[in-house]
Design a protein around this ligand. Structure first.
Ligand code: PLP
Length: 387
């Protein structure tokens, strides 16, 4: 991959891996049949989808029949939440959902909409100062009419990894479907859904070196889903629409590459991340790590500095060829502090100075050294300008 700058925004999006591009290419103009057809072209497309579904199923440790290809992580979360909510309402099982205060808007806003427009109710479980959900709080929030629990596997802004298997066990004892947004965790954490006690799990292609515009939803067979879209019987009747064969091949290849390289890549990035965190905390006065010190994604180093605005930090970094983000990509450009940092008890003032540096496959030790050389002076300058 061509490197003319230091890219530390992998939580926002990743470059497509050349091996993924190579796997996808034949499916644009050599094998292009509609997989629902009967001729050879169509059968070749159908076979590519079947093979891809099997690869994804292997990584999740389940049956290919439970893999649903979608258009993105947001869509996967929506189908899971809306699909369960409508099915549970139809079966008169209840109206109450439980989620956490640090979810991505793909989950948070979807549940909010169910409550505001369609009469559902939610309990939002608080997190501690590290962004961790306490499984006991989830247990305490359960009501006889609870129909879904949704807690993300790892947070996109601060990288905190949740005790998903414990929360899932609590949900399962009570017979409540459990959904997790694993968009950021995919690539770093195990996605074996039976170990995680998860019934529905969302993945996004562009966070794992596949293109933007493709996602996966794992949906356990026994969980009733009323899909929010109607149309054909694609994806076992759970997501209608002609399959995007090249992108499906791409996300499956990306997941295969994760499986093949995770054992070296995760410790490599963890080491670089720790060097970056220690270096920043030691060299920048009043800097503070956001998120859990150890229970965090291998690629996430997030800070608040105080006395400077995030956008000014990002602009100055960009001028010297370092690309980063102030939190979730969707929040950039808005002067409101991130709901995640506020939920963690970080003050409004500090939350406005958030910096998220997220590493990836092509991040090197030299990149980290360069950032550690530049960032202390840069923060000093931005703080001075802000006075
Ligand atoms: N969930 C999390 C945790 C994310 O970080 C993102 C993207 O930033 C999404 C969901 C949405 O994924 P997509 O961009 O594929 O819609």
């Amino acid at each position: 991959m061509n490197k003319r700058f230091i890219y530390l925004d992998h939580a926002a999006s990743t470059p497509v891996d050349p091996q993924v591009v190579e796997a996808m290419l034949p499916y644009f103009n050599e094998i292009y049949g509609n997989a629902s057809g009967l001729h050879r072209q169509a059968r070749a497309s159908a076979k590519a989808i079947d093979d891809s579904r099997q690869k994804v199923a292997n990584l999740l440790g389940r049956s290919p029949r439970e893999i649903i290809f979608t258009a993105c992580g947001t869509e996967s979360d929506n189908i899971a939440i809306l699909g369960v909510a409508w099915a549970q309402r139809q079966a008169k099982r209840g109206n109450h959902l439980i989620t956490s205060s640090i979810e991505h808007h793909a989950v948070g806003h979807t549940i909010e909409q169910l409550c505001e427009k369609f009469g559902f109710e939610q309990t939002i479980v608080a997190v501690d100062g590290h962004g961790l959900v306490d499984p006991n709080d989830v247990a305490a929030a359960i009501r006889p009419d609870t129909i879904l629990i949704s807690v993300m596997t790892a947070n996109n802004e601060v990288g905190t990894i949740q005790p998903i298997a414990e929360i899932g066990a609590i949900a399962h004892v009570r017979g409540i479907p459990f959904h997790t947004d694993a968009v950021q965790a995919a690539g770093y954490e195990s996605l074996l859904v039976d170990v995680l006690n998860v019934d529905l799990l969302a993945i996004s292609g562009h966070k794992i070196y596949a293109p933007k515009g493709i996602g996966v939803l794992y949906g356990r067979k026994k969980i009733p889903l009323l899909p929010p879209f109607s149309g054909g019987s694609h994806e076992n009747g759970r997501r209608p629409g002609t399959e995007n064969v090249p992108y499906i091949v791409g996300i499956a290849k990306a997941m295969e590459l994760i499986q093949a390289h995770q054992d070296e890549e995760k410790p490599r990035q963890t080491k670089l991340r720790d060097k970056l965190i220690q270096g920043v905390l030691q060299s920048i006065p009043n800097s503070q790590l956001s998120g859990h010190p150890t229970q965090r994604l291998a690629n996430n180093a997030s800070f608040v500095f105080g006395g400077c605005e995030a956008d000014a930090i990002l602009m100055h970094l960009d001028q010297v060829g370092i690309q980063a983000s102030s939190g979730s990509a969707c929040n950039s450009g808005m002067p409101t502090p991130s709901h995640v940092l506020i939920a963690m008890g970080i003050s409004h003032y500090l939350a406005l100075s958030a910096l998220r540096l997220t590493l990836g496959k092509q991040t090197t030790a030299e990149d980290i050294d360069t950032v550690l050389e530049i960032l202390p002076q840069l923060i000093w300058k931005v703080r001075k300008q802000g006075k």
